[in-house]
Design a binder for this molecule. Sequence first.
Ligand code: IMP
Length: 215
Amino acid sequence: MVTFVTTNPGKVHEAREYLDEPVEQRDFDYLEPQADELATVAAHGAREAYKQFQEPVIVDDSGLTIDALGGFPGPYSSYVEEHVCIERVWRLVSEEDNRSAAFRGVVAYCDGNPFAATPEPVDDGRRGQDLSAEKRDSATTDDQVADGAIPVKLFEGVVPGTIVAPRGDGGFGFDPIFEYDGKTFAEMETEEKNAISHRGRALAKFADWYEQADR
Ligand code: IMP
């Protein structure tokens, strides 16, 4: 059994579609660190949730990264959506030549045990905001154990796209200004979006590993 720590039942429903294992939802409120990377936020959440429940947990964090804005809003996506509004984000990006962006989702898994080193990023609990993906990938389980950190395994799903003027009535958040393959996410049916979404891609990677990994 895997416990998905989230307040959003929709995410749990989506996870069940990827995993053969039973997935249970639990709510748990913890302070999110201020960090430039979604992975840092998700890893912290997984550790806190594991400490709380003492059972295998997953936590996810996602957001929109805009290349011309140095990856902004990233982990600040929900704040920006609420307080700046997507129309103004579009206006900001419309002044740029490069309008490329990506939706990114990170699933963080923690069961208190170390993992065998794999090409997947393994969070070692010491990673600063500036640590590159390359260094992150080379972190080993031994480092983590020596460090006394609780190991967390990270799975990232990415959907590349382009920021456009708002179109479409569906979806939520930044969907109306994110275009993928000629359509904004808000112009897609839920099933169509879920089949390519960052969260789905991260969950699929997690499910692949979870079902065959020597945990
Ligand atoms: P969460 O981590 O999944 O709760 O997402 C944080 C924020 O990122 C949301 O409040 C949205 O602003 C943005 N976001 C994440 N996923 C999506 C998506 O699929 N479509 C639109 N916005 C998203």
